[in-house]
Write a protein that binds this ligand. Structure first.
Ligand code: AGP
Length: 345
């Protein structure tokens, strides 16, 4: 079996391990957030880590009301400018902890006296050393170029931080059940293996979601791109109406994340439009009746809180990308032209 597959399957254990492990750091950060009267959050990250940042944006804004923006590191590195970060919480997310341009943002934030936090899988990495606080993913070495367990660990740590920050005990409780529900999601493995055969010759596809799962649409597209070389493109369903919808033609594959929750009505409306245009829907949902609208359906566990569904949705997408790569005769562990660590400035 591939390294990627093994690492996908390790996730329940990895998340179980990091629950509670970062308690001291999380307590320290939340105390400082309250003491400093933080009025905004800025996050710097690249690639898969940037998708964890998008997840962070939604969960922080929804549960704390504090606005979150994603940094443009080139402002710091190429234009040699700084933005005002004085009253901000500035978070760097990097699996390797070596993302040079994201580190520049943290350095600038430190210079301005902002509260800085890193989320990495290496406690002695340059980013972890630079930021005041470090949240440790503690995933063990991730060998596959395609990041899986580090991504869910990043989301998990951020969700724990937000649960503590917003005093949301219910969320903490729901997070404690994620490892077990991820294991439940992996029961879709057989179905994924059977269905990917249908997409062996797929060359392009769209990936759609709305709300917090927009982060997962982006992450799924990236996983599909790098492991299968399919030209996968992610959109929020709201944006998809504004032009891209015109690209839909008969049999165009579209993966749609349709979990129960605030985004469902909107996503369902989009699904109806796609069915009218005879697109090939691949539905990922905890509502089996929606599955009937697609040619393929993958079930995720029921959840009362849609902020938790990204963990299950991404588990399906990771399995789908890995199995599709193998079906296409590709090795998802070592995609052409890529290295495990990519450093941009
Ligand atoms: C993930 O599947 C990709 N290979 C890529 O996005 C990777 O996650 C990223 O380059 C890692 O950067 P980081 O170490 O700064 O997180």
């Amino acid at each position: 079996m591939t390294k990627m597959w093994n690492e996908i399957m390790e996730q329940p254990q990895v998340l179980g391990k990091c629950m509670g492990k970062n308690k001291n750091a999380i307590d320290g950060i939340t105390e400082e957030i309250k003491r400093n009267g933080i009025s905004s959050v800025v996050i710097a990250a690249r690639g898969t880590s940037d998708h964890a940042a998008v997840y962070a944006k939604y969960i922080i804004e929804i549960l704390t009301g504090v606005p979150v923006s994603l940094a443009a590191p080139s402002v710091f590195t190429m234009y040699g400018k700084e933005v005002c970060l004085k009253n901000s919480l500035v978070i760097g997310i990097s699996q390797s902890g070596k993302a040079a341009d994201a580190i520049e943002v943290i350095t600038s934030a430190n210079r301005q006296g902002a509260l800085t936090v890193s989320v990495t899988n290496f406690p002695d990495s340059p980013m972890a050393v630079e930021a005041k606080y470090h949240l440790f993913c503690d995933c063990g070495i991730e060998k596959s170029v395609a990041a899986t367990k580090t991504f869910t660990a990043q989301m998990y740590l951020i969700a724990q931080l937000v649960a503590k920050w917003s005093g949301n005990e219910e969320l903490l409780d729901e997070l404690s059940r994620v490892p077990e529900n991820m294991t439940e999601t992996f029961k879709e493995e057989k179905s994924v293996m059977e269905r990917v055969e249908r997409y062996r010759f797929m060359k392009e596809c769209f990936v759609l979601a709305r709300g917090v799962n927009y982060s997962i649409a982006m992450e799924s597209a990236l996983k599909i791109q790098e492991t299968t070389y399919v030209r996968a493109k992610a959109y929020a369903t709201s944006d998809f109406y504004h032009g891209p919808f015109a690209m839909i033609e008969k049999d165009m594959p579209v993966l749609v994340f349709a979990p129960d929750g605030p985004s469902l009505k909107d996503v369902e409306e989009m699904m109806k439009r796609l069915v009218e245009r005879e697109a090939e829907l691949i539905v990922i949902s905890n509502k089996p009746e929606l599955g009937r609208m697609g040619s393929s359906f993958f079930r995720i566990p029921k959840s009362d809180n849609d902020l938790i569904t990204p963990f299950y949705n991404v588990a399906v997408a990771q399995m789908f990308a890995c199995r599709l790569a193998l079906t296409k005769g590709l090795n998802p562990d070592s995609p052409r032209g890529l290295n495990k660590v990519t450093i941009t400035r």
